[in-house]
Design a binder for this molecule. Structure first.
Ligand code: COA
Length: 431
């Protein structure tokens, strides 16, 4: 038996034993999104009565996030790098915090000890013959956190797909909890008529041979429905989901024309169902790398015809994009939106697309607004924005004056709001 096999055996512990190593006041980073290690998180939460002021750093929390529930605030303080359904209330009620940061720059927070990491809790696939474990569905910030954490605790799960690229040797892991269980899944979203129309409009901007980045949700998935006739598309995306598998199996996504990493699906994390996880498992064409590489605008910009597709909550008449706040409430986060907007703008033939339904709240609110709501943040600046698409059409804002932008955006607003937007634009001296 080689050395790493002995070491593996020596590091095996129960979840309860492993989590005893977390001390009050520690900063604990939890593996991202569907890569979250449920058994380890559960064991951490079980220690709540003994712990005080443990900071939990996480981004898209796909698990129940019990550490962020009312009553937990003395034991755990949630530091959200992205807010989601299970953590939004904690941040809103000030039982947790939100830290703004481009996704591509999160590894630097850990590595430069701006946020020194005490413990990382993450999930890996079992080791290969050389003793390397794949990070599976989450390399993103999980890998950099593991590279600088004082203590690396892994849940080793045989159901974690083995993706290529990001891997950790058993020597770099301190404690191993073996527990096989289904991965957290993201079910495909409901796609309605509005999303379909937006999908069709966005698809018309995508040439054959383009490389795509797709955000999460109904709009990116709707875009994929309208790409069936395209040829030789490629993927260099923060994440991808089941919709990409469908197009790969149909021969639409081949990655053949990519000018960087040809032939490869490149991503930093994956979220979907078992269909996706089976597709990526031991697939030599799928490679995950940490987010400081995948989301680096200089890397993204090396792809010719790079198309980024993301959504937003509000766009004002100057083209400023709010993708993360409803008034002063932090609804989500910046994620990789600006990383990819900037990368696409560096790309030869690149386009960044912000695709939004024209209204929110069942048609009562126009997402195209004269001004971003008071208290809300600007996610993508007016200098970075390129295309804005709604179900009513496309506004190409690059190189357009403020007057031209206001006109183009009003033209793709919902018809019920165009007249009042026009009046507000005049009052704001945009027209
Ligand atoms: N004013 C008030 N409410 C608004 C609003 C506005 N301007 N815009 C949206 N809402 C409401 C919606 O009505 C909806 O509430 P409801 O379900 O009760 O009707 C809720 O907010 C969510 O809006 P929706 O647009 O459906 O959200 P989504 O799930 O499609 O996510 C973003 C959209 C913008 C939040 C999401 O894409 C995001 O977080 N983006 C930023 C990060 C990013 O782009 N990452 C890129 C790579 S993954």
């Amino acid at each position: 038996m080689s050395d790493w096999r002995n070491a593996h055996r020596d590091k095996l512990v129960s979840a309860e034993q492993a989590l005893k190593n977390v001390k009050s006041g520690n900063r604990v980073v939890i593996g991202h999104a569907c890569g979250e290690p449920p058994t380890l998180v559960e064991a951490l939460v079980a220690r709540a009565p003994e712990l005080r002021d443990v900071e939990i750093v996480h981004m898209v929390a796909m698990g129940p996030a019990k550490y962020a529930q009312p009553g937990m605030e003395n034991s755990f303080r949630h530091n959200a790098l992205f807010v989601g359904a299970t953590t939004r209330k904690a941040v809103e009620e000030k039982r947790g915090d939100y830290t703004p940061c481009f996704f591509s720059e999160i590894p630097r927070l850990f590595k430069n000890k701006i946020l020194p990491v005490d413990v990382v809790l993450m999930q890996v696939a079992p080791p290969d013959e050389q003793g390397y474990c794949s990070y599976g569905v989450s390399a993103d910030y999980t890998m950099p956190a593991a590279e600088c954490a004082r203590l690396v605790i892994v849940q080793m799960n045989a159901q974690m797909p083995r993706t290529t690229g990001a891997r950790i040797h058993l020597d770099a892991i301190h404690l191993i909890v073996e527990k096989d269980e289904p991965l957290i899944e993201l079910k495909p979203p409901q796609i309605g008529d509005v999303e379909c129309k937006i999908g069709e409009n966005v698809a018309s901007l995508i040439p054959d041979g383009a490389t795509l980045q797709l955000g999460i949700g109904a709009i990116p998935d709707a875009v994929l429905l309208f790409l069936k006739e395209k040829k030789d598309l490629g993927i260099h995306s923060e994440m991808f989901s089941d919709g990409v598998v469908v197009l790969a199996e149909a021969g639409v996504i081949t990655n053949r024309k990519k000018t960087l990493h040809p032939g490869k699906f490149m991503a930093t994390f994956l979220m979907g169902t078992r269909k996706l996880y089976d597709f990526v498992d031991n697939n030599p064409d799928v490679e995950l790398r940490s987010v400081d590489y995948i989301n680096d605008p200089y890397v993204i910009g090396q792809h010719d015809n790079m198309i980024s597709i993301n959504s937003a909550l509000q766009v004002d008449l100057m083209g400023q994009v709010n993708a993360e706040m409803i008034g002063s409430t932090q609804f989500s986060g910046i994620g990789g939106q600006v990383d990819f907007v900037r990368g696409a703008s560096r790309s030869a033939g690149g386009k960044s697309i912000i695709a939004i339904p024209s209204t929110a709240a069942k048609g009562k609110i126009s997402r195209i607004a004269c001004e971003i709501d008071r208290g809300a943040a600007i996610s993508t600046s007016r200098n970075d924005v390129h295309y804005v698409v709604t179900e009513y059409g496309t506004a190409d804002l690059r190189g357009k004056s403020l007057r031209q932008r206001a006109e183009a955006l009003i033209a793709i607003a919902h018809p019920d709001f165009r007249e009042s937007l026009l009046a507000q634009a005049k009052e704001a001296k945009l027209l």
